[in-house]
Design a protein around this ligand. Structure first.
Ligand SMILES: [Zn+2]
Length: 390
């Protein structure tokens, strides 16, 4: 059994369903300490949420500093009797490692740890034989839940200690079908709001004494949905505004309602910031209202900004390492939902590359043993190139 498989199996055997740790971070702590890492276990709390264990481990004191990020918490197993192999058994059968977290993302973390340990062993126990360079692990137990006591606070804690990161690899399952098909280099931002339209309530038989907000909100919805926000950018698809509900709250058939509101969400690309996006939508609203319709937008707070790691030396070396092992050139993608990369991107360039995501969050979540071995070799290729070029 390779190191990656045995570390992944040990992690899976800890039933760390968010927010429980169940010994998962201890598995990493033991292995990293033995290899010479300085390991910190940090617990964060916040009223109304569970206390969460996190781990930060570093070897080396100098730049360049590459950090491997991830989470050891997992989603619940669902109906455990429906699993062909126990959800927390870490069983290997017919070339697959079974268990909750096998791909999301205990398997990815295990490959990172196995690659780093092999890299250190090959370089006299240091990131680089000349003693330069640093490698760290930034691991949280709070990604699948509310994400309050996890990566955000761990990054703040590290910054307060004077830690600086040059680059980050997040081992989330980034591949859609086959190992090597996709590196995630960014994500769209997300912003929600509610459109409020004020009319004048009245009797349906006397519409001239009322102002019906229903036709007006319909016009505004069409106006705001119709005109594209942009036409995409080099790495992103076009931004999109989508209305998700329309509500008048009127149960009477003989009353013209006084108000109407509609909720919407925008997924936006790097043509915008939250501020410029809000301004653009509000300008369009003013235009669509003319001097007749009375409407306003109430925006919801959002911590989901767009981010992108532009193609350059760091993405190039990852692409080269993947091509060498997987025999295919990965696409640089910005699709999909959010991850902790959105928080890490405020500190250093981050890419997401891990296992194949097909079975994540499903019954019988599993990772191919051959993929675990390949991903370990890819991470080693990243480390070799990273420290050779430093
Ligand atoms: Zn995940």
């Amino acid at each position: 059994m390779s190191d990656a498989v045995s570390i992944a199996r040990d992690l899976i055997r800890c039933p760390s369903v968010t927010p429980a740790d169940a010994g998962a971070l201890g598995v990493l702590e033991t292995r990293l300490k033995a290899a010479g890492f300085e390991v910190h276990r940090v617990t964060f709390s916040e009223p109304g949420t569970a206390d969460i264990d996190n781990l930060y481990a570093r070897i080396g004191g100098e730049a360049p500093h590459i950090t491997f990020a991830g989470h050891t918490d997992v989603v619940p197993p669902g109906d455990e009797t429906a699993w062909s192999h126990g959800a927390f058994s870490g069983e290997v059968k017919d070339g697959f490692l079974y268990g909750r977290g096998a791909v999301d993302m205990k398997g990815g973390i295990a490959c990172g740890v196995a690659a780093v340990l092999a890299h250190l062993a090959a370089h006299g126990g240091k990131p680089r034989a000349d003693g330069k360079g640093s490698i760290s692990f930034l691991i949280t137990g709070d990604e699948e839940g509310v994400s309050v006591n996890g990566t955000v606070k761990l990054l703040q804690w590290a910054a307060a200690r004077g830690e600086t990161f040059d680059h980050c690899v997040l081992g989330e399952p980034s591949n859609l079908e086959t190992l090597g098909d996709c590196i995630k280099v960014g994500r769209r931002g997300s912003q929600s709001g509610t459109l409020h339209v004020d009319g004048v309530q009245g009797h349906v038989a006397y519409p001239h004494r009322a102002a019906n907000p229903v036709p007006d909100i319909s016009r505004l919805i069409v106006a705001l949905s119709e005109e594209p926000l942009d036409h995409g950018s080099a790495l992103f698809q076009a931004s999109n505004l989508e209305f998700t509900s329309v509500d008048v709250g009127n149960s009477a058939t003989n009353v013209i309602p006084g108000q109407a509101r509609a909720k919407f969400n925008i997924r936006f690309n790097d043509n915008h910031t939250q501020e410029t996006l809000r301004r653009l939508v509000e300008e369009r609203l003013v235009k669509a209202c003319g001097n007749r319709i009375r409407a306003r937008i109430v925006w919801e707070p959002s911590n989901s900004n767009v981010f992108v790691t532009k193609p350059g030396p760091f993405t190039d070396l990852a692409v080269a390492a993947i091509e060498e092992v997987a025999g295919r050139k990965p696409e640089l993608s910005t699709s999909g939902g959010t991850s902790d990369a959105r928080f890490i991107s405020s500190y250093c360039p981050v890419i997401e590359f891990g296992l194949v995501g097909q079975t994540m969050h499903q019954i019988n979540e599993r990772a191919a043993v051959s993929d675990l071995e390949k991903l370990t070799r890819i991470y080693r290729g990243v480390l070799d190139r990273y420290f050779a070029g430093a």
